[in-house]
Design a protein. Structure first.
Length: 162
């Protein structure tokens, strides 16, 4: 399990004086991007190959409050990856300094070609860098079907309703 330490800032708190939902999501995102950079997958790769990560869906599970007055630790495990690297799934958790699991989080996403605005596979040189990322015990090879497992579809409305 790879972890990133996060120091709680007062601006991360909500009116209930615990870490806000949006801050927890920011912690997860920061930890993932930081971990990718540690593996040599950074902004240079994204710019060179005109790639951008996109989120298909994410789920957050709240177990206990995250309170100010200490640090939090965010774990990151690669839970799934498609054969060509176009789709990814990460499992993350937030722990307090005592090791209590406060928050669980799952995300499935993909890589978008910023020119065509379509999902694209990862170049071989970037794909090789994923070899260093720790995999979860239930790691799986993803397919396009896995990215839509929630079976949610857009539902347009008549704009006159606005």
């Amino acid at each position: 399990m790879q972890t990133k330490k996060i120091d709680i800032r007062w601006t991360d708190l909500d009116p209930n004086r615990h870490v806000s939902n949006s801050s927890l999501l920011d912690y997860m995102s920061h930890a993932r991007v930081s971990m990718l950079e540690d593996e040599g997958i950074g902004q240079d790769d994204f710019a060179k190959h005109k790639l951008g990560p996109i989120v298909f869906h994410e789920h957050i599970y709240y177990f206990r409050e995250a309170l100010p007055g200490g640090s939090l630790y965010v774990s990151i495990d690669l839970k799934g990856l498609s054969k060509d690297g176009s789709f990814f799934e990460f499992e993350q958790n937030i722990y307090d300094e005592a090791g209590n699991n406060l928050v669980g989080y799952d995300i499935i996403g993909g890589w978008m070609d910023l020119k065509t605005r379509k999902i694209t596979s990862l170049p071989e040189e970037v794909m090789k860098k994923f070899d260093g990322i720790e995999r979860s015990a239930d790691f799986r090879e993803l397919t396009k079907t896995d990215t839509r497992a929630q079976n949610k579809k857009p539902k347009p409305v008549d704009p006159k309703q606005f």
